[in-house]
Design a protein around this ligand. Structure first.
Ligand SMILES: C[S@@+](CC[C@H](N)C(=O)[O-])C[C@H]1O[C@@H](n2cnc3c(N)ncnc32)[C@H](O)[C@@H]1O
Length: 248
């Protein structure tokens, strides 16, 4: 799309893939190299996941715009302050990016996986895409990296795939798992015990595999039934339930 002013910079949402820097596309590389500024979201005190993935490709003379979350786990997701504070944070982040675009600088917003799949980039896109020329580069998604790491075809034939956030209430999660052939459960972390219980209730626990840090350093692939009781799962983990149809 075209923005109202051709003097302004272009907003780029750049998917950097699931972790392995070689899974960043040529198009993503071109976008990163073409922008004088790269932006990324990061938790306090952490270098930022998307930045870490793109690190080998970042031009030396590019400027970094670090957008630091106001909190990590201090405010629970169900606290009414959470959406309010996050909206304020995304408003402010969008204005930092807009200032660069107004100055004529194109900005590559680095996003882990694919920007339009549960990516924080979307909150900038929602606020800026109508105001500025905007391009989005799709990325290899985390789930794709994970089912490949697990060497597990996820859907055969007419299998239905359901993608679920691990934040869903257990009863909703299990009823959705009951009604699907294949499932990908994202945002695992501290939701793992609830996910394991929902899978058991849906009769699919034995079919499930958990992938930690798929395609990244420290990747592990474990059948959920072999998961050590009480062991925590990291932020970057996904539970996969392959389809039921079998090979033709
Ligand atoms: C905020 S979402 C971002 C998703 C991302 N935009 C994508 O396309 O995959 C973060 C969640 O994605 C999943 N995830 C993304 N990449 C992953 C990876 N390489 N290994 C394991 N889980 C991953 C995890 O469940 C994590 O909690």
């Amino acid at each position: 799309m075209s923005g109202p002013d051709t003097q302004t910079g272009t907003l780029w949402g750049v998917g950097v893939g699931p972790g392995d820097p070689e899974l960043l596309t040529l198009k993503a590389l071109g976008a990163i190299r073409a922008c004088p500024v790269y932006a990324h979201f990061a938790k306090s005190g952490r270098p930022g996941n998307a930045r870490g993935i793109a690190e080998p490709h970042l031009p030396e003379n590019a400027r970094e715009l670090r957008l630091e979350y106001p909190f990590t786990i201090e405010v629970p997701l169900d606290d009414p302050r959470y959406p309010e504070e996050m909206a304020k944070f995304y408003d402010a982040s969008a204005e930092h990016v807009a200032a660069e675009l107004d100055a004529g600088n194109s900005v590559a917003v680095l996003c882990e996986g694919d920007p339009f799949l549960y990516g924080s980039y979307m909150y900038l896109h929602d606020r800026l895409a109508q105001r500025y020329e905007t391009r989005v580069v799709p990325g290899v998604s985390g789930m794709s990296g994970c089912w490949t790491a697990a060497n597990t075809p996820i859907t055969h034939g007419d299998d239905v795939l359901t993608v679920l956030p691990g934040t869903l209430p257990e009863s909703e999660m299990s009823s959705r798992i009951e009604r699907t052939d294949a499932a990908v459960i994202m945002k695992v972390g501290r939701n793992l015990p609830k996910i394991a219980s929902a899978l058991s209730k849906a009769g699919r626990h034995q079919d499930a595999t958990i992938v930690e840090r798929g395609t990244m350093e420290g990747e592990t692939v474990t059948r959920l039934s072999d998961w050590e009781e009480g062991r925590g799962a990291p932020y970057f983990s996904i539970v996969l339930v392959p389809g039921r149809k079998g090979i033709r």
